[in-house]
Design a protein. Structure first.
Length: 482
């Protein structure tokens, strides 16, 4: 029998958000509040559309978002139901007790570098940024920006960041809970230095992002790697570590698109991490390094958007939005004591940020240039992703496993055999192709590599991917004859 549930929804015309997303978010809120629970049936799309007085396709789109984000499931000939894999946050909060055959070498002697996922600087809005920068020096009160500013960054820039995070990423943050940094790595370093001390432990994803690990280890912390699978970090293993070790201070994750595998952390595991964070009072350091470039309905909302989460530091960057040379990142946290200590440390090593650049980027945001660039860049990267997917299916389908990513600037390629990665990377470099050695992702053996495409041209991709496949094929042939 259908649950007697009625969607309390009114279209907000003042929101710069599609109606289908407003419907989806309202249903999500009802699931999170407990009004809807696992197994509950949702009305058919026609009935709900009639009730809300919207086009049926609008409801279909909303349901598709909910299915993509794992809040609901579709059962053939039965309908749409709330996923029964979602744990109740309300209940968990209350329960605190618990060489190759063909010597192909790329022409011109140019190295094709598959980096870790850099954007294409050639499409960066450099002209607009330069114009905004010059205009800053032309304003009457420019002298006010020539002195020392706030260690957390320009207040107007932080206000705009707060609006962006709240509107686009579902967060509930204020400008005084944000600190602007020179890139996300600086935010990581400051957080590590203030949050961690010698002897502390921190859980990290394995494989994962080594520069962040280095920041944690420099602070004296011991890393506790936890394996990543096709649902993200294994939360059962996380829980076992939390029970075993009482000196775990934090967990570092890249849940939106895990680095390097591009896997999205499943909804059930996100909710499990929130419950564990609250229960054991550990801080979730959430690195949302490429939120903007998403090719599906919308990016998955950050863990930091869940009001049930009490202890977090959210880290983001503008470097991928505009260009790597633009070193503007930020961190956000509700922990005012932590933020105050970060400000004091920041002031010691860098009195304040680049106020002029912050003002220039702020101007681009206000005039809509950044929004237009992200829209243009997303189409650019989606087309390039699809081009790479065609090449991979043509040359690597029998050699490796890979999936079509919903966003980001890289594929994760897993060879069907375990090759000698030292030999493979060396052979590829001899052929003017550079990939990141999988050993840089993990303290253990990882059979996979990150094939980034953002900064490469279609010509470079078309030249290099067949050569990579050729090298992998040689090792596959050797393996089958041994």
């Amino acid at each position: 029998m259908l649950r007697p549930w009625k969607l309390e929804f009114e279209i907000d015309k003042h929101l710069d958000q599609a109606v289908y997303l407003q419907i989806a978010d309202t249903i999500i809120a009802d699931i999170r509040s407990g009004r809807l629970t696992g197994g509950d049936a949702l009305p058919g799309s026609r009935n709900l559309a009639a009730t809300l007085k919207v086009n049926r396709n609008t409801v279909v789109e909303a349901y598709q978002v909910l299915i993509n984000e794992e809040w609901v499931i579709s059962k053939e000939r039965k309908g749409i139901f709330v996923s029964d894999k979602i744990p109740s946050l309300q209940q968990k909060r209350a329960d605190k007790a618990f060489h190759t055959r063909n010597n192909s070498i790329l022409p011109n002697g140019m190295i094709i570098n598959f980096d870790d996922g850099h954007p294409d600087s050639k499409i960066a809005p450099v002209t607009e940024l330069a114009r905004a920068y010059r205009q800053i020096f032309g304003i009457k009160a420019k002298w006010q920006m020539m002195g020392y500013g706030n260690e957390h960054g320009d207040i107007e820039f932080r206000k705009t960041l707060a609006q962006m995070l709240n509107h686009q990423r579902g967060m509930h943050i204020h400008d005084y809970e944000i600190s602007v940094t020179r890139g996300s790595q600086m935010g990581m370093f400051l957080t590590a230095q203030v949050l961690l001390t010698s002897g502390d432990r921190i859980i990290v994803e394995d494989p994962g992002y080594q520069p962040a690990w280095q920041a944690f280890e420099y602070a004296g912390a011991q890393l506790l790697p936890v394996q990543v699978d096709d649902e993200g970090i294994n939360t059962d293993e996380v829980e076992k570590l939390l029970i075993r070790h009482k000196d775990i201070k934090a967990i570092y994750i890249t849940p939106h698109r895990q680095y390097p595998t591009t896997v999205t952390l499943s909804l059930s595991r996100r909710l499990k991490l929130i419950q564990l964070s609250n229960q054991y009072k550990i801080t979730i350091i959430e690195d949302d390094y490429d939120n903007e470039f998403h090719f599906g309905y919308r990016p998955i909302l950050p863990l930091s958007s869940f009001q049930e989460l009490h202890h977090y530091v959210y880290i983001g960057t503008f470097s991928k939005v505009v260009a790597p040379a633009l070193r503007i990142g930020y961190l956000a946290t509700k922990n005012q004591d932590l933020l105050e200590k970060i400000g004091k440390l920041r002031k010691m090593i860098d009195v304040h940020g680049d106020v002029i650049m912050e003002q220039a980027v702020l101007q681009l945001i206000r005039e809509g240039t950044v929004k237009k660039h992200i829209k243009k860049a997303t189409v650019h990267y989606k087309n390039k992703r699809d081009f790479v997917y065609i090449l991979l299916n043509k040359y690597m389908k029998t050699l490796a496993d890979f999936t079509l990513p919903e966003g980001g600037l890289a594929f994760w390629i897993v060879p069907k055999i375990q090759p000698d990665w030292d030999r493979i990377t060396s052979l590829l470099l001899d052929k003017n192709i550079k990939i990141i050695h999988p050993g840089q992702y993990s303290q253990n053996h990882v059979n996979g590599f990150r094939l980034s495409y953002g900064a490469l041209t279609e010509e470079q991709l078309e030249q290099s991917i067949p050569v990579i496949a050729e090298v992998l094929s040689e090792f596959s042939t050797r393996d089958s004859t041994n």
